[in-house]
Ligand binder design. Structure first.
Ligand code: ADP
Ligand code: MG
Length: 322
């Protein structure tokens, strides 16, 4: 993974009231890209499905990890790059805009796991959302799976998010009108997988996560850890080319956190790239590359650091040589 030098440092930036990290979401005029990968009902033909190898519908019939051949690892292939991206929020009533980060450049290749680690309010989620195409950037551009997000049509973006991009969020976006099992079946259905094999794969995946008993429950009947497992099962059957995980273990026990981590590692071993935003140093230390984020300022990229090394780097990012 390559990370270009970053010039961002909010301590030098006049950011107004929102810079403290207080609830800046209320009244924000900036909006996310209006695409929900799980529920978007755009009709996309096979030819519209973008694949990085340019072969059209690379996803249909591709089974998830459990019991499948999976994706061939394709190392060295760049799956994500950010080019001097900056993000600003204009908050109603605030005198100054909130510059969350600026001039961020990075590159991620297939099968690599990148952790963005830092304290709450430092900009990890915003950066992750910008990289995932869920939020617009104000400067620079992001290329995700060979698609320049600034230039992609809504349909292309929706298809890419649905087919090749996986999301693992602290509040999993499960479809409330579907059962847990139907939620897990959703990616296969959207990719055109045969109903029977899709059903079997979903059941098997829930089984492997020790969550088969949740199959018939509706999302509202699930506890947060159960919803996280169902969301993880859906991710495994989707078997995306890249995953964006925002605090994926935030509400989980150590056992469930290990399950999430081992599942992400398993996917990474098949060529899936993973971007992880977390304040959990232990989790971050399992990534290939770690970038510290403190008040929008990014530190240097650490390769396979220990939790202690990440802690030191966070101090360095926050306080420099003081
Ligand atoms: P982290 O994930 O590291 O906790 P965030 O990316 O959520 O940090 O937030 C970084 C800063 O951006 C915080 O000051 C937060 O209040 C602000 N922020 C995040 N989302 C919005 C939004 N939609 N509108 C305005 N400010 C926001
Ligand atoms: Mg966050």
């Amino acid at each position: 993974m390559d990370q270009a030098p970053n010039t961002s440092d909010l301590s030098d930036t006049s950011v107004g009231t929102g810079a403290s990290g207080a609830d800046g979401t209320t009244g924000a005029t900036d909006s996310a890209v209006p695409v929900d990968p799980a529920t978007d009902d755009l009709q996309v033909t096979d030819n519209d499905r973008p694949t990085s190898d340019g072969t059209g519908s690379g996803r249909a019939g591709r089974a998830g990890i459990p019991g499948s051949a999976g994706a061939a690892p394709s190392t060295n292939q760049t799956v994500l790059s950010a080019h001097k991206i900056s993000k600003v929020f204009w908050i109603k009533g605030a005198k100054h805009p909130l510059h969350v980060f600026s001039g961020v450049s990075l590159t991620l290749r297939a099968g690599e796991m990148l952790a963005l680690v830092g304290p709450s309010g430092s900009g990890k989620s915003t950066l992750l959302r910008c990289l995932a195409g869920l939020e617009h950037v104000n400067e620079g551009h992001v290329v995700l799976l060979e698609t320049n997000l600034a230039r992609a049509s809504r349909a292309t973006l929706a298809a890419m998010l649905r087919e090749n991009v996986g999301l693992l969020l602290i509040n999993p976006p499960l479809v409330p009108s579907l059962t847990a099992l139907q939620n897990v079946e959703l990616p296969g259905q959207l990719a055109g997988r045969s109903a029977w094999s899709n059903h079997q794969l979903a059941l098997r995946t829930l089984d492997e996560l020790g969550a088969r008993d949740l199959a018939k429950k509706s999302p509202e009947q699930l506890t947060p850890p159960q919803a996280a497992k169902v969301s993880l099962a859906r991710l495994l059957t989707q078997h995306p080319k890249i995953i964006f995980a925002d605090e994926p273990t935030g509400r989980l026990s150590t056992t469930d956190s290990k399950l999430v981590l081992s599942s992400l590692k398993k996917l990474a071993a098949t060529g899936t790239a993973v971007v992880l935003a977390t304040h959990d140093l232990h989790l971050a230390s399992k990534a290939d590359h770690v970038i510290t984020v403190v008040d929008g300022a990014l530190g240097a990229t650490l390769e396979h650091p220990s939790a202690e090394e990440i802690l030191q780097a966070l101090d360095q990012t926050a306080y420099g040589d003081d």
